[in-house]
Design a protein around this ligand. Structure first.
Ligand code: 13P
Length: 337
């Protein structure tokens, strides 16, 4: 087994998942402002340190994705953030793209940037403890989107990123996110997500990326937020599995979904259903940002010194997601708190 495959399996196995805490400063500022907390370095660190020192880290969280600011911060006791994360047996991840910018030739679609100077940046992140990375491509969905141009350019960038990350001894998370916004049907989401993912694997193959040392982070197959169509979690699971079975090569060890605007419970219920029906060889788990942090953030904002209360909420969410990653979640357990 290769070293990269070992890292990927360590992050994803046994119901463990990923805590995506890599919001850029601009995004974190939006999140903090939405709960009336000032966004400064100290508050951003305080909230994140509170989560990373929760008891559920050990049993539930196989990896934490950080933003550049956080990976270089120290906790109140003087430990570095990577040391704190490693102390619970969890791997340190780092977001390495520099964000999605308007794609030349389009007014609305985006291309994710960050390849320039990436090789050097990766060496530094490895030295301070990172063992996996993230790069997110975003795709609009409508009758005419995503365009062939957005599909091709983002797949190309994801593949070049992944090759550089493996060269630096880390596991790349490949995140092609077809957004939920729009009035599309789940069937449209299925066909467009499939095209997007297949193109990524075409480019990954061309760039000689070892798929056993990668993690795919896709969206679930859902109907658009403005669509009148209402589908059940069973249908979501069936369509999502159909999509992944047909577009992801068997060598990929695991898939860690993003929550992408689903509520905490929706993201948990849908993941549970996916695992109950999982007829693939892939581990199916979570790499959630909002669906792990939302309630904890709300609670913390009322009293930023109430560490234990905040952790209590985060622990419950992490446990529910870890149960869902094994198909063992239930509404009773969800409401047992
Ligand atoms: P959400 O789960 O909030 O979609 O965040 C996951 C993520 O890392 C998006 O890039």
């Amino acid at each position: 087994m290769s070293e990269l495959n070992k890292i990927a399996l360590k992050i994803l196995s046994g119901g463990k998942g990923i805590l995506a805490a890599d919001e850029s400063t601009a995004t974190m500022t939006k999140r903090l402002n939405s709960v009336n907390v000032k966004s400064n370095e100290n508050n951003r660190l305080n909230f994140r340190e509170t989560l990373f020192s929760s008891t559920s880290m050990k049993e539930c969280i196989g990896g934490v994705i950080l933003y550049d600011e956080t990976i270089k911060q120290k906790t109140s006791s003087g430990k570095s953030i990577p040391e704190l994360i490693n102390s619970s047996g969890s791997e340190v991840g780092i977001k390495v793209d520099t964000g999605a910018k308007v794609l030349a030739g389009s007014t609305e679609e985006k291309i994710t940037e960050g390849l320039d100077g990436l090789r050097e940046k990766l060496k530094d992140y490895y030295k301070i403890g990172a063992r996996f990375t993230k790069w997110r491509a975003v795709y609009l969905i409508s009758d005419s989107f995503p365009s062939d141009l957005a599909i091709a350019t983002n797949a190309h960038a994801l593949a070049r990123y992944a090759a550089l990350v493996q060269e630096a001894g880390m596991v790349p998370i490949i995140e092609p996110e077809v957004l939920m916004d729009g009035n599309h049907s789940a069937k449209d989401c299925l066909s467009k997500t499939s095209v997007v993912i297949k193109k990524c694997y075409e480019e990954l193959d061309l760039n000689k990326v070892d798929l056993k040392g990668t993690i795919l982070k896709p969206n679930m197959v859902l109907s658009g937020t403005n669509s009148k169509e209402k589908i059940t979690s069973e249908e979501i699971a069936e369509l999502t599995l159909k999509c992944l079975k047909n577009s992801v090569p068997r060598e990929v060890p695991g898939i860690a979904f993003l929550s992408g605007g689903q509520t905490e419970v929706e993201a948990t219920l849908n993941l549970n259903e996916i695992n109950l029906k999982n007829n693939t060889n892939f581990i199916m788990t979570y790499s959630y940002g909002r669906a792990l942090q939302q309630s904890a953030l709300k609670f913390w904002s009322k009293d930023v010194n109430n560490k234990l209360g905040t952790q209590d909420i985060f622990n419950h969410r992490a446990k529910m997601c870890t149960l869902a990653a094994q198909g063992k979640w239930s509404e009773n357990l969800e409401n047992s708190k």
